[in-house]
Ligand binder design. Structure first.
Ligand code: RB5
Length: 159
């Protein structure tokens, strides 16, 4: 059986947490693709967020993890991409709900708020919790409709 692929990215605020999570993800059986950054030197979160969220949006990866200092910047970037549902999770409960109710496909972590042990718990819960479907699927369908409408509006304004 081939390992599930997962894509991970961070800015300098998330670099050390990203590095600490990579061996944990490998132990869990994931093939990890790291889009950087590769040091704690200041780096711009949109660069790494766009690489990972773009790959999830394009269907190249089913799931991804993004980390910046607060988790806010990465959330803003990732949720601009069609089909991406990125959830900033500071605890296991939110991680569980983001999968059960929102079918989140990108987990966002706060490198300056979340210690490595808590992050591992959040990641394990997030990766192992299935989407519930049902009424939650109806809500996701509505989000998709919003995306499609916005797309039409931006195509029209370009005429
Ligand atoms: C970088 O200092 C910090 O702004 C970034 O990691 C992130 O928290 C942005 O939302």
């Amino acid at each position: 059986m081939t390992a599930e692929k997962i894509i991970i990215g961070a800015d300098h605020g998330g670099f050390s947490l990203k590095e600490s999570l990579k061996p944990f993800l490998a132990e869990m059986g994931f093939a990890v693709t790291d889009v950087g950054t590769d040091s704690d030197r200041a780096a711009d979160y949109p660069d790494f967020g766009a690489k990972a969220a773009g790959a999830v949006s394009a269907g190249l990866f089913q799931r991804g993890i993004l980390i910046c200092g607060s988790g806010v910047g990465m959330s803003i970037v990732a949720n601009r991409f069609p089909r991406v549902r990125a959830a900033l999770c500071l605890d296991e409960e939110t991680a569980r709900l983001s999968r059960m109710h929102n079918d989140a496909n990108i987990l966002v972590l706060a490198g300056r708020k979340t210690d490595p042990e808590t992050a591992r718990k959040i990641v394990r819960t997030w990766l192992s919790t299935p989407f519930e479907g049902g009424r939650h699927q109806r809500r996701l369908d509505k989000i998709r409709e919003i995306d499609l409408k916005l797309n039409e509006i931006s195509n029209d304004s370009g005429r």
